[in-house]
Design a protein around this ligand. Structure first.
Ligand SMILES: Nc1ncnc2c1ncn2[C@@H]1O[C@H](COP(=O)(O)OP(=O)(O)OP(=O)(O)O)[C@@H](O)[C@H]1O
Ligand SMILES: [Mg+2]
Length: 242
């Protein structure tokens, strides 16, 4: 194992009934890198994340975060997790939601205030912080979930389709922040269906039929598949593996 890996899945198998969703998955995320997990809907991206976080129990193999098996309370404060489904308090304002999660992460009062302002700006919600979440649009709720995951300067971010319903300009701003965090040495595992975003990661993991069929830098993948975009890599890989 590489010494600086933050996430490590080794021979992970996950079945739902007779359906093998994850079939001998190996995946590593190294410190200070962004890994993009892509694959068709239903490929098992969310299942990988849930297994990693101990929200699903693997039927075989091993998944570790910071060399330990999840769930592990001590590790939670080191991980910023954004689920595919928003978990927000509808009747509270965005600011109250952020305060609640900042509290759970153990942030001090001054840190909380500073970070709420910063993260709200990153996701373009600064002006709307005092609106009730129930009155937020779907995209705004998504952005709030991302702001929550970013709270607390976690060493590791695990983001399950964070940019769904987010417009291109704001997406660009969010990616700028993710790259900043990466440059500061944080590690990020992100899933996406937006192929432009898959161009921006350090390594792409392509999940198909329960297996990681490719793991490499975007440019290397394009060379290997003899195409010009990650979208074409995706389409070609799908075609070849039918
Ligand atoms: N709790 C569960 N019980 C039974 N089947 C499940 C469960 N969770 C996921 N599955 C199945 O596992 C497969 C992978 O689902 P998963 O949510 O991991 O896909 P995904 O790659 O995240 O898809 P999407 O891009 O649509 O989010 C699907 O066939 C799904 O129906
Ligand atoms: Mg999913």
């Amino acid at each position: 194992m590489t010494e600086n890996s933050v996430i490590k899945l080794s021979h992970v198998v996950k079945k739902f009934g007779n359906d093998t969703v994850l079939d001998d998955i190996d995946l590593v995320v190294n410190t200070g890198s962004i890994v993009g997990l892509i694959g068709p809907s239903g490929a098992g991206k969310t299942t990988i994340i849930k297994t990693l976080l101990g929200m699903e129990v693997a039927d075989g193999g091993q998944a570790t975060v910071f060399d330990q098996t999840m769930p592990n309370r001590q590790l939670l404060s080191r991980i910023g997790y954004m689920a595919q489904t928003d978990a927000l308090y509808d009747s509270l304002s965005a600011r109250e939601n952020l305060k609640f999660y900042a509290d759970m992460k153990g942030l001090s009062a001054s840190q909380t205030k500073e970070e709420i302002d910063h993260e709200a700006k990153v996701v373009g919600l600064f002006e709307d912080l005092d609106k009730r979440v129930a009155d937020y649009s779907g995209g705004m709720q998504r952005r709030l979930s991302l702001a929550i995951a970013l709270l607390g300067q976690s060493e590791l971010l695990i983001l399950d389709e964070p940019t769904v319903g987010i417009d291109p300009a704001l997406r660009r701003q969010i990616w700028k922040e993710l790259k900043n965090l990466r440059d500061q040495g944080k590690s990020i595992l992100i899933t996406t269906h937006v192929m432009d975003e898959a161009e921006l990661v350090d390594d792409v993991a392509l999940l198909l039929n329960g297996k990681i069929i490719a793991f490499d830098e975007p440019n290397n993948l394009k060379t290997t598949y003899k195409v010009n975009t990650i979208e074409d890599v995706f389409l070609k890989a799908e075609e070849e593996n039918q």
